[in-house]
Write a new protein. Structure first.
Length: 327
């Protein structure tokens, strides 16, 4: 058990870590571990000298309240928060150039709220735990998800970057407003959406329902388990890469498909087979149409030997970098 550490709370009061604290602010430029109950929100910020502060929440942490805007934990400046477990009443929010890592725990014991939010150039990493509402990244932040459960939406906005490698999204994964998304694994239980000049690359994972692009967005699909329908509209483009495709059961030519709707099937470049309905929608007018495109690009499935050479090349590059760093 970690020995109690003296914490500085709002108003300059010194409180023992083993006692409940109210509106506690961590700003000493050091590292604190929390394994107890706090009866109000926690704020983590840099010290007066500009040194970043780190707070680590353990399995016994219990944050029972939130501030007026719904934050149970709020981190700003260049500071860091690591959630290894515990329970949080409402949101966990990162601002500025902060780092937020969630390896476990329950975010959102309040049934109406439990978001994890990143703004500015914040860096969010989620490897485990349960988020009862949305997981969202904004501005120029980065979000890397390799595990855990998101019980509502996973979303990226405003030039941010999202990587989804594992875990479960119970509703939609949305990439919007010039953001970029890279999907190699995990489960999306509803729709994948790219909106308003966003770009998404799909190389794996499972999508249960629609794949939709709208508003000059792009989606490139190389592999994974596709859902039930592909829809493109508003000058957007969805491109599928693979060795062969069929439209309504007949072999399809490579390039932009002509029909506005039908059934599209085939094999993707990772060897996955699929069969979905497709629709090219007009989001403009009869006189000024804004149709979406669906494009088929020929790309062979890599031979096992080729995959081995790629892996060997990556290993050699890694070893070279390791040797250079050790010199």
């Amino acid at each position: 058990m970690t020995p109690p550490k003296t914490l500085t709370a709002c108003g300059g009061l010194a409180l023992a870590a083993s006692l409940p604290a109210v509106a506690a602010t961590f700003s000493d430029g050091g590292t604190s571990v929390i394994n107890e109950t706090f009866n109000d929100f926690i704020e983590v910020r840099d010290s007066l000298g500009g040194q970043p502060t780190t707070v680590i929440f353990g399995t016994d942490a219990n944050i029972t309240q939130a501030d007026s805007v719904g934050d149970s934990v709020f981190v700003l400046g260049n500071s860091s928060v690591v959630v290894n477990g515990g329970r949080f009443f409402q949101d966990v929010t990162a601002l500025n150039n902060t780092s937020l890592t969630i390896n476990g725990g329950l975010i959102g014991t309040d049934p109406d709220d439990g978001d994890v939010l990143g703004f500015g150039t914040s860096r969010l990493t989620v490897t485990g735990g349960t988020i009862t509402d949305d997981l969202e990244i904004y501005d120029s932040g980065t979000l890397n998800v390799t595990g855990g459960e998101i019980l509502e939406d996973l979303e990226a906005f405003d030039n941010s970057s999202l990587t989804f490698r594992g875990g479960t999204v119970s509703n939609n994964l949305t990439v919007d407003d010039n953001a970029t998304g890279f999907i190699t694994g995990g489960t999306i239980s509803n729709d994948l959406e790219a909106l308003d000049e966003a770009s998404v690359t799909v190389r794996g994972g499972s999508i249960s329902a629609d794949i939709e692009a709208s508003g000059n967005a792009t989606i490139d699909i190389f592999g994974g388990e596709l859902g039930t329908r592909i829809r493109s509209g508003g000058n957007s483009e969805i491109t599928l890469f693979g060795p062969e495709f069929q439209i309504n059961g007949s072999p399809a030519d490579f390039g932009t498909i002509d029909p506005f709707f039908g059934e599209l099937s085939g094999t993707l470049s990772d060897g996955s087979t699929f069969s979905v309905d497709f629709q090219r929608r007009n989001e403009g007018s009869f006189f000024r149409p804004r149709l979406g495109d669906i494009v088929l690009v020929q790309q062979a499935i890599p031979e096992p030997a080729s995959l081995g050479l790629l892996a060997m090349g990556g290993l050699l590059v890694w070893r070279r970098r390791r040797d250079e760093e050790s010199e």
